[in-house]
Design a protein around this ligand. Structure first.
Ligand SMILES: Cc1ncc(COP(=O)(O)O)c(C=O)c1O
Length: 496
């Protein structure tokens, strides 16, 4: 059972024992100001007179006097047995119009923040805010093995020792890295030793570290066009020069990349399941990309974000496993296979770069926390992870089938006449549906978001101007039986 907390937080009040104003008046004034300026909000509990006196190091009498005055004037009320609270019915007209924190967010003057940070959009995009049908990155929360997971977390939480409370190994716990290495060698054909594995706070963290280690301002970098928008944000902050390279049904077009910029320092790719269009990079292209990296001394960052989920064939092996010369930095995550707020992912770093990555990691994060690493290591070695992936693979295949069937029914004539296309439904937890000419995905998404329908516009995935209009539709979090109704809502949103 949850224990009652120790009581409300004590507000920050400075009292001056030698000041001219008596103590009770100082306390009264401080509370009154905090209530009128809404720093203490209506209905909020305030500390007992005993607790406040102890905190301020004064006798209880001035506190009792101040509370009596506030009570008499109606700023606070006492509820028998529960404590003392800011009056819940204070009329707005008494309260300051100025909230404690400005609610309208606007950029400070341009010389007050960095130039690169100003290059990122301030998130006001409605499709980014919500979760529900079609929002990308949602998993089947309803099928998560909560019992097993919470038992493991509880088990480790109860066995906290001094060693697990200290800073952890910045590469990640040894036991966890061994478990990850064994999984990657078996399931993803990755060549790795535990000493090359770095546990990170999700693949976003790994993308950021890779940019800090590998790139200088102005370094040319290949990115997939279209590609992952938050990778673009990371690279924008590094100041590097983005070279968007088109993708086709075989993944990144390496020859086009060479033509655009032969001497790029890094190529960022999603070979197992190109984000967002869904192609699997062909063997020929993988070898071509590796050959280019070796001959030009470039690095490849392989973002293997959802490769566990393939529906028409076995998962395809990683590209890192094809590379004898260690030009590939491999990144993976538990956000799709388990849940995104876990914030656990991993990278496999070429031996020559491990110490560099470690030095840079310690400049922005001193290491992952112990508890979830320990719980997840047990979850994987106990076979629960493999079982869960197997179960959800089948579940997501059903959800994918339901979504494609509903799209084919609802948009039969548009799909028949090739005005709309369904792309990338063979793997992962999202697919792409393109839009007929004349429709703007961002306009539709903005409107639909207000009605709780989260449509990620395809055009936002492009770095250049030559964009396709469409939606990236997540299907991991929506039950198969709900798909037809959600697709009808999509159709309505498009009609409007
Ligand atoms: C292509 C791609 N890379 C990286 C990520 C980041 O995932 P996370 O930081 O949750 O591991 C995502 C998330 O959806 C993604 O789609």
């Amino acid at each position: 059972m949850r224990k009652k907390p120790h009581g409300p937080a004590v507000p920050l009040i400075a009292v001056d024992r030698k000041g001219e104003k008596p103590l009770h008046r100082q306390i009264y004034d401080a509370f009154r100001a905090m209530i009128l300026e809404r720093r203490l909000h209506a209905g909020q509990q305030i500390p007992s007179s005993r607790a406040l006196a102890a905190e301020l190091g004064i006798s209880r009498i001035p506190v009792l006097d101040a509370y009596a005055q506030l009570l008499a004037e109606g700023y606070i009320e006492s509820r028998s047995g529960a404590g003392t609270f800011v009056t819940s019915s204070l009329s707005d007209q008494f309260l300051s119009a100025r909230p404690a924190v400005a609610s309208v967010v606007s950029d400070p003057p341009s010389d007050a923040i960095s130039r690169v940070s100003r290059l990122l959009p301030l998130e006001g995009t409605p499709w980014f805010l919500g979760s529900g049908a079609f929002s990308v990155g949602q998993i089947a929360y309803d099928h998560f093995p909560f019992r097993v997971w919470s038992d493991l977390v509880t088990y480790h939480a109860r066995r906290v020792r001094a060693s697990s409370m200290n800073y952890s190994d910045p590469m990640g716990s040894e036991e966890f890295r061994e478990v990850i290495a064994a999984y990657l060698r078996t399931a993803r054909a990755v060549h790795c030793e535990p000493s090359q594995i770095m546990v990170v706070n999700g693949s976003q963290h790994a993308l950021d570290l890779s940019a800090r280690v590998l790139l200088d301002p102005d370094s040319p970098v290949w990115i997939e066009e279209p590609g992952y928008v938050f990778l673009r944000h990371v690279l924008t902050l590094s100041g590097c020069r983005l070279v968007p390279v088109p993708v086709d049904s075989e993944g990144l077009d390496v020859a086009a990349g060479v033509k655009l910029c032969r001497n790029a320092r890094v190529a960022y790719v999603t070979p197992s399941h190109q984000y967002p269009l869904g192609a699997t990079m062909s063997a020929a292209r993988r070898l071509q990309l590796l050959e280019w990296a070796h001959s030009s001394g470039a690095w490849i960052v392989e973002d293997d974000y959802d490769s566990e989920y393939r529906y028409e064939s076995m998962p395809v092996a990683s590209m890192q496993g094809l590379d004898p010369g260690s030009r590939v930095i491999y990144i993976g995550t538990f956000s799709k296979t388990l849940f995104p707020s876990l914030r656990l992912g991993y990278m496999v770093i070429p031996p020559a770069l491990v110490s560099r990555f470690l030095a840079v990691r310690q400049s922005n994060d001193l290491g992952p926390s112990h508890l979830y690493q320990a719980a997840l290591a047990d979850f994987i070695s106990g076979g629960h992870f493999t079982r869960h992936v197997r179960k959800t693979r089948q579940l997501y295949a059903e959800r994918r089938n339901a979504l494609t069937a509903a799209l084919r029914k609802e948009f039969a004539s548009e799909i028949e006449s090739s005005q709309m296309e369904i792309l990338g439904a063979e793997a992962g937890m999202h697919l792409v549906v393109t839009l007929p000419p004349g429709l703007s995905d961002q306009k539709i998404s903005a409107r639909a978001g207000k009605e709780g329908l989260w449509l990620w516009p395809l055009s936002a995935a492009y770095a250049g101007a030559n964009v396709r209009q469409g939606f990236i539709l997540g299907f991991g979090g929506t039950k198969a039986e709900e798909m037809p109704q959600q697709v009808r809502r999509l159709r309505k949103a498009m009609r409007r």
